[in-house]
Ligand binder design. Structure first.
Ligand code: LRH
Ligand code: MN
Ligand code: MN
Length: 393
């Protein structure tokens, strides 16, 4: 039987009620480009305060209950205590991101470095991140390698794949039964000739070789211009290998702008394929994370806006009339099929999301509620000497 608009609205609300978007701890620190890191008043001075800011985003949106760590940017003495602190604030610690890209030793690579001593150091850091996951109760280890070469002939491309595979296998072997390895790819930067994990195909092939606990992370800023990211999403979901998103948006390269800001239609198309592939089911294995830097906008408000943008794209994707679309596709009615998708995209879902928030006891306008809360002013008065997000650190 065909669904009515009110059926679809009710179905969308059911999914939106349990949607979970993970915040990056590094979004709350100062950030910028290689030209300038702008210092803002009131930014967190340590990981404990980053969690407090993330908790403010969750209090107002009800949709961001976990925070990803980046090690060593978020290094503390006692990770179990950090997790307890998060719980007291009403949030939890999510993915642990390893960082093997900010040490002089890694100039020629980390796990693919020609020097075995550097490879050992990098792999040991990845193993340490699994120890941290044990302490925080985290499920996911996210690996992104800046490894690559700048010049043809600089190193042997094939041997670097062997070194990468060996390190990944060692880390994979250290995972607990409920832990996963997310492998993130990126076309270029900082390596400008050949990156060792440049695309989803490379990540997918390594994950297949490793086993079922290894899955791919799609960072929406990590592709060549004009790449059809929703196709990648559809393919990986079908293969059971889509583990996570790092959401952000871009006009040029890896801009790390607010998700849904540069191209809301692309975000909708991605979320439609997520819906179509079951990636929002109650037992979904897909983690939805933000990976952004707020260089010129206030950070907490920037995170709130980003969460709302993901919710809006998701709501629109959930409103696609699947029966009408399937019938049009069966009949080869190109225009009707496209209209079914565009009708959903062109729906103003802000009232629906305002209703959802009211039903959840939240302010229907989280941005206004944050401005009224005085949180930013209090933080600016209380905190002095906040930290950089990490890139410039
Ligand atoms: C690399 C990346 C990766 C890092 C993060 C800070 O460009 O997307 O996810 O961990 O930025
Ligand atoms: Mn990323
Ligand atoms: Mn990136």
């Amino acid at each position: 039987m065909a669904t009515t608009p009110s059926d679809r609205r009710a179905g969308a609300l059911e999914v939106l009620r349990r949607q979970h978007i993970e915040l990056p701890s590094w979004a709350f620190g100062n950030s910028g480009t290689r030209f300038k890191v702008f210092a803002r008043q009131g930014v967190p001075r340590d990981p404990w305060e980053k969690l407090a800011d993330a908790a403010q985003v969750h209090r107002l949106t009800g949709a961001a209950p976990t925070v990803a760590l980046h090690i060593p940017w978020d290094r503390v003495d006692d990770y179990a205590a950090l997790a307890a602190h998060a719980r007291e604030l009403g949030v939890g610690i999510g993915t642990v991101n390893a960082n093997v890209f900010q040490d002089d030793d890694y100039m020629l690579g980390s796990v693919t470095n020609p020097d075995p001593a550097v490879r050992r150091k990098a792999t040991d850091h990845l193993l340490e991140c699994v120890d941290i996951m044990d302490a925080t109760g985290s499920r996911d280890l996210k690996l992104w390698f800046s490894d690559g070469t700048n010049y043809p002939g600089q190193d042997d491309l094939r041997t670097r794949q062997d070194r990468l595979a060996a390190a990944l296998a060692e880390v994979y072997g250290r995972l607990g039964p409920d832990q996963r390895l997310l492998l993130e790819y990126k076309l270029f930067e900082p390596a400008f000739y050949a990156t060792d994990v440049p695309d989803w195909g490379t990540a997918y092939a390594h994950c297949l070789e490793l086993g079922e606990k290894a899955v791919v992370c799609v960072d929406t800023g990590h592709h060549a211009a004009h790449t059809n990211i929703e196709f990648i999403v559809a393919f990986l979901l079908r293969a059971g290998k889509l583990g996570a998103f790092d959401f952000n948006s871009r006009f040029y390269a890896d801009d790390d702008l607010m998700v849904g800001a540069a191209d809301p239609f692309q975000l909708f198309r991605i979320m439609y394929e997520v819906v179509r592939g079951g990636g929002l089911a109650a037992d979904t294995g897909v983690a939805f994370m933000l990976d952004q830097c707020h260089n010129i906008e206030p950070k907490i408000a920037g995170q709130i806006r980003s969460v709302m943008n993901v919710q809006e794209a998701t709501a629109k994707a959930l409103l696609v009339d699947a029966d009408t679309l399937a019938a049009a596709q069966r009949e080869g009615d190109v225009l009707a099929a496209n209209a079914a998708v565009m009708d959903a995209y062109n729906t103003d879902v802000r009232p629906l999301l305002a209703d959802l928030r009211t039903e959840q006891g939240l302010d229907p306008d989280p941005m206004a509620a944050h401005a009224r809360s005085g949180y930013a002013e209090r933080a600016a008065a209380e905190r002095t000497g906040g930290t950089q997000a990490g890139w410039g650190a």
